[in-house]
Design a protein around this ligand. Sequence first.
Ligand code: PMV
Length: 323
Amino acid sequence: MMTTATAHSNIALVKYWGKRDPALNLPAAGSLSLALGGLTTTTTVRRTTDDRDLLVLDGSRADPAATSRVSAFVDLVRAMASSDDRVAIETRNDFPTAAGLASSASGFAALALAATRAFGVQLDDDAISALARRGSGSAARSIPGGWAVMNAGQRDDGADAFATELAGPDHWDLRCVVMVTAAGEKRIGSTDGMNHTMRTSAFYSAWVDSVPLDLEEGRRAVLDRDFERLTTVAERSALRMHASALAADPGVLYWNGSTVELIHRVRDARRSGTPVFFTIDAGPHVKAFCPADAVDAVVDLADDSSVDVIVSGPGGGATLVSE
Ligand code: PMV
């Protein structure tokens, strides 16, 4: 049996950075994101009689670390289905995986949907989102897609820690201009950076305490399509997240020189009247958000030949393509 699903990547405007339970990947606080229709992962899962799982990523066999992370995730589905079947997984990103863009979000969302269907496990969207969270916290938000809110949840088993749609992709036609400032994988992955921040940062608890208010303001800004308010909340959330990482011991610094230069350019452009704000994840790339009619001006901010640009609009939720 072969099952194919697709999911879009998403970018958080109120960041997730820290876990209340690392084993179950339960977030310490909620988050808010927009799915990006232009960054898509397509994943096919086939049950096999082989004695091990196979993962093929963009046409090449994945390395052992990636394969075992994915196998551990599929184990959760096998347990639900009471099956020992191994799987052959083929996954493709239509964006550069190695650039450290959020491929784990779209990847685990597409896999959660395809794998549950391949094993005949019937879950509602909330439960699939909670399952995707076990692969990668941000993946939970790629199940509903659109403007999504991740609930921190309170239960120890994590059943209430899933994402739901705040508004559909058609609610607000913002664009995300991804400015890729470096090639290659990021030096410190989000899991390691997050765990290190939790363990050693003098600012970690202040960061976590700051999230609920940002989340409330961020939700309101999205529902009211209030760009100015979203600008304030999103830049504040990103900078506070990075401040908590910088205050770890030793500090985690994800930015390079171009990252800082682009932050200044975004803010200068805003002062000159272009509606634009930035956010930055666990890497050096700058994601600039703006209304559709400001895209050309925002793309021009990254006019260096060393910065690749990907422009995306809002995307929908994870979907089953075939089974
Ligand atoms: O989903 P993870 O475990 O890779 O963590 C994502 C962390 C950030 O991208 C930095 C923030 C977020 O909310 O997506």
